[in-house]
Design a protein around this ligand. Structure first.
Ligand SMILES: NC(=O)c1ccc[n+]([C@@H]2O[C@H](COP(=O)([O-])OP(=O)(O)OC[C@H]3O[C@@H](n4cnc5c(N)ncnc54)[C@H](OP(=O)(O)O)[C@@H]3O)[C@@H](O)[C@H]2O)c1
Length: 256
């Protein structure tokens, strides 16, 4: 049963993919949803589909100044938040051992610091939640084990995992629920240029249903699909075996 009804929810990364599907499904379920991303046109288009149920404002989570403007925008729409879902994310791959620091900065800025900034901004409103406050971060199953080319993306999501675990330990006595979601492959803009096989690929709508089900379950860690999370969990346990037998099939590097 969906228990997420009648809540005031802010979703980042709402202009496409998983974030957009979450906004649509949460609005359909009778929630008041505030949707943010950089592409204002896509957000307006989304709001037009659900008049009165979705409010939108443009936001770049990698800019502190934008976040300060966002605080004022959020307060125009609501004086409390019951839930925040941080879905904004980018993915860039490490190719040819270039270690371009600016690529690492971009990725950390959106995938990790973007979540910290969103929490910083939302916390005063979460403190006034009408129902129990809930903070949700979207990480990735890629953090189960070191994947070739994922040094930047995987590290940013691994930082997010640790942040959420540490926050959970800090919040054990607080009226704040936390969920860390680690999805497998979803057919979105983020992976549209991936030129490798993506097992058990889901649509954004399927993934969004799994996220909502996971939030409803009350679990801290929500991994899906299980067909992928279990093998990756085993791979993380036997990391030497992963490097010996699987990584050589995945890496594209042959010389230093
Ligand atoms: N697709 C997958 O296979 C997969 C797997 C595991 C986890 N995930 C995670 O799921 C989340 C959603 O990704 P997706 O697959 O739905 O990709 P997507 O369709 O590319 O959506 C990413 C969203 O993040 C927003 N965004 C990017 N940079 C931003 C910034 N600087 N400030 C604010 N918003 C920003 C984008 O909107 P604008 O460009 O309009 O700002 C877009 O709405 C991400 O955190 C991703 O890491 C995805």
């Amino acid at each position: 049963m969906n228990k997420i009804i009648g809540r005031c929810i802010w979703v980042t990364g709402a202009s496409s993919g998983l974030g957009r599907a979450l906004v649509q499904q949460l609005a359909e379920a009778g929630n008041y949803v505030i949707a943010s991303a950089r592409s204002h046109t896509a957000l307006v288009d989304l709001a037009l589909q659900y008049p009165g149920k979705i409010k939108v404002f443009p936001l770049d989570v990698s800019h502190q100044l934008d976040m300060e403007k966002a605080a004022a925008q959020l307060r125009e729409f609501t004086d409390y938040l019951d839930m925040v879902i941080c879905a904004a994310g980018i993915c860039e791959y490490e190719d040819n051992l270039s270690f371009d620091p600016t690529m690492y900065e971009r990725t950390m800025d959106v995938n990790f610091l973007g979540v910290v900034r969103a929490l910083n901004l939302a916390l005063p409103l979460l403190r006034r939640a009408q129902q129990r406050a809930h903070f949700v971060a979207i990480s990735s199953l890629s953090t189960c084990v070191g994947f070739p080319r994922a040094e930047a993306y995987g590290a940013s999501k691994a930082a997010l995992n640790y942040f959420m675990q540490s926050l959970r330990a800090d919040a054990v006595k607080l009226p704040l629920d936390l969920t860390l979601v680690r999805p497998g492959f979803i057919a979105t803009e983020l992976v549209k240029n991936n030129d490798f096989s993506m097992p058990f690929l889901m649509t954004p709508e399927q993934a969004s249903l799994r996220v909502i089900k996971g939030i409803n379950s009350g679990k801290f860690l929500v991994d899906f699909p299980r067909r992928l999370s279990w093998p990756l969990g085993i791979a993380s346990f036997f990391f030497n075996t992963w490097c010996k037998y699987f990584a050589p099939k995945l890496t594209r590097l042959h010389k230093l």
